[in-house]
Design a protein around this ligand. Structure first.
Ligand code: DGI
Ligand code: FE
Ligand code: FE
Length: 193
């Protein structure tokens, strides 16, 4: 991935995303790049995955559902009730087909950025964590602590984020995607070992 490709994608995001979402996107891109420096991931892949992770966030629910149906992308029960969860799947589709990203690791990091999955790659973890801790995030619980932990122990930070997210969803009585739960249980085992 060349710097010129990255700056083209950045400009495309600036055009398509609302201002706040674009600020968040830039925050995820440079936080992911910093984590990549710390953990030895490819810097450009981290930056590009960060720039594109929410590229489908502003797509209408109806459009997201019809895009998935048209391209045989499965929709879970929880996604049907909460179509905003689909932006990870539709985002990875747009990254491939609209933004012409052919790197499977980047595509996977976009695909799994909302629920995570058991056995995440380093890049997937970096995007998942960067999405939660980037500087324009304000509301989540325990942010100062998780921000520090992310640069000390990435898996421990991942687990804490999953734990707090589940707690938040339960409190709000939101439907929980089975994958979010599965990821949490996997890392609870994994981190304690
Ligand atoms: O797109 P972002 O807002 O930057 O971040 P994201 O893609 O991680 O989405 C965050 C939202 O997704 C947050 O409000 C928590 C919610 N979420 C994560 N897992 C689940 C979930 N929402 C529901 N209903 N069910 C889940 O399992
Ligand atoms: Fe997202
Ligand atoms: Fe995000």
């Amino acid at each position: 991935m060349k710097r010129t490709d990255i700056s083209k994608i950045r400009k495309a995001m600036e055009k398509t995303l609302e201002e706040k979402r674009y600020e968040h996107t830039l925050g995820v891109a440079y936080t992911a790049t910093s984590l990549a420096m710390r953990y030895g991931e490819n810097l450009e892949n981290a930056e590009l995955a960060g720039l594109l992770h929410d590229c489908a966030k502003e797509m209408d629910d109806d459009k997201a559902i019809s895009l998935c149906e048209k391209h045989h992308i499965s929709i879970t029960e929880v996604e049907r009730k909460n179509p905003s969860l689909l932006h990870a799947k539709t985002g990875s589709f747009l990254a491939m087909h609209t933004y012409k990203v052919d790197n499977g690791e980047i595509i996977n990091a976009i695909l799994n950025h909302t629920t995570g999955r058991p056995g995440m790659s380093l890049l997937e973890k970096i995007i998942f964590v960067a999405d939660y801790i980037e500087p324009s995030r304000k509301k989540a619980a325990n942010l100062p602590e998780i921000r520090k932990l992310a640069f000390i122990d990435l898996d421990a930070a991942l687990l804490k984020i999953l734990e707090d997210t589940l707690e938040y969803l339960k409190q709000k009585e939101e439907a929980i995607d089975p994958m979010t739960e599965k990821t949490y249980r996997y890392y609870r085992e994994f981190v304690s070992k």
